[in-house]
Design a protein around this ligand. Structure first.
Ligand code: HEC
Ligand SMILES: [Cu+2]
Length: 350
């Protein structure tokens, strides 16, 4: 027993001594965990870039300032009550106190609630209204833990499929159809629109009009398992002409390999990766993971977890379970030469 006590005491003192290091380590991990990819685009509802998000921001400020005013008023009354409680005579007559309770305790709170609830219901209706008929259609499916993004033409046919990066034209309404392939996820791009759940077996919808060109970070907003926190994406808003050129390019099949190395890279891809990933124009037609037809044109890898460059791509292919433990991509056993050719091939898929 004594031995045990001594052990636990020494454990506590070690823990105490290690505490500053532990803190520094945690802070360091948190900091490096916030990778460049995660920092590059902003994710604040207070920097709105769409008509819908502007409404949400306005309501946010109205609620904040109402809260501040009410808090200060209540504190002032409290101080006054404490102070006047010390006086011998009550500073208010009985009718005056009754009136105070009725106005400040019943009428004003009721009115404030009606205004705030009314305001949020009104805003909720306007941001969740049906999209205008000329809106561009995009279908997004949530998977553990990435986003499949399909662009639809006016007839509802898929024109291009991509993942984890959504492009939209500035000034044109975009209607998003939201579905899930497995568990409940939630689509949230704070600078463009509020949250909408993605529920298996159901199709929800949302829409917005981006008012400014820029890059906006989105994040899954419904806990969906181990890597929920690393289920992010980027929305790129740009002028309509640039967007149209981007979409036309994404709709094309992959560039055919021209050198011996890229040809071998494509063979490796078809053999080792093709049953899960699709690269349009090749024998790789899998649909378990993201479409990689234009992977080299994307800013990030693995749902905005890593910046897309050769080193990160090699690290991801070499050990995806280390970067996102539990995700559905296994580690591939490739020779250094195979990996080299594969990377060279993937880099041509612009
Ligand atoms: C068993 C299926 C499977 C196999 C095999 C597989 N992957 Fe994946 N891959 C996935 C899944 C699922 C994801 C999404 C992971 C996530 O972000 O949660 C993914 C993600 C990726 C991404 C990131 C895509 C993006 O848009 O962010 C790349 C690149 C990739 N895989 C390349 C490869 C290559 C190259 C191979 C072959 C060496 C391969 N994968 C083999 C399932 C697979
Ligand atoms: Cu999710």
């Amino acid at each position: 027993m004594r031995q045990k006590n001594r052990n636990s005491a020494s454990f506590i003192s070690t823990a105490r001594r290690a505490w500053p290091d532990g803190c520094a380590l945690t802070a360091c991990c948190l900091w490096s965990g916030v990778t460049e990819a995660q920092r590059s685009a902003s994710q604040s509802a207070l920097q709105p870039a769409s008509t819908q998000a502007q409404g949400i921001e306005l309501l946010w400020w109205i609620m904040l300032w109402s809260g501040v005013v009410i808090f200060l008023a209540v504190m002032a009354l409290l101080i006054w009550a404490l102070w006047s409680g010390r006086q011998r005579e009550s500073p208010l007559s009985l009718t005056a106190s009754k009136n105070l309770v009725l106005t400040a305790g019943v009428a004003i709170p009721a009115l404030t609630l009606v205004i705030l609830v009314g305001g949020s219901l009104f805003l909720g209706r306007s941001v969740a209204s049906a999209p205008p008929p000329d809106a561009m259609q995009v279908r997004i499916t949530g998977w553990m833990w990435w986003w499949e993004i399909e662009y639809l033409d006016s007839a509802g046919n898929i024109t291009a499929t991509t993942a984890n990066e959504m492009h939209v034209p500035v000034g044109r309404p975009v209607a998003v159809e939201l579905a899930s392939g497995d568990v409940i996820h939630s689509f949230w791009v704070p600078q463009l629109q509020g949250k909408t759940d993605m529920v298996p077996g159901k199709v929800n919808s949302s829409w917005f009009v981006a008012t400014e060109a820029g890059e906006y970070r989105g994040q899954c907003a419904e806990f969906c398992g181990l890597q929920h926190a690393l289920m992010a994406f980027v929305v790129v808003a740009r002028p309509e002409a640039e967007f149209d050129a981007w979409l036309a390019h994404q709709a094309e099949p992959a560039a055919a390999p021209v050198t011996a190395a890229t040809q071998q890279g494509r063979d490796v891809f078809e053999q080792s990766c093709g049953h899960c990933h699709r690269v349009r124009g090749t024998d790789a037609t899998g649909n378990i993971g993201p479409d990689l037809t234009h992977i080299a044109s994307r800013r990030t890898l693995a749902a905005a977890t890593l910046v897309n460059n050769r080193g990160h791509l090699a690290g991801w292919i070499g050990d995806p379970q280390r970067i996102k433990p539990g995700n559905a991509m296994p580690r591939s056993l490739l020779t250094p030469q195979e990996l080299h050719n594969l990377l060279t091939y993937l880099e041509t898929l612009e």
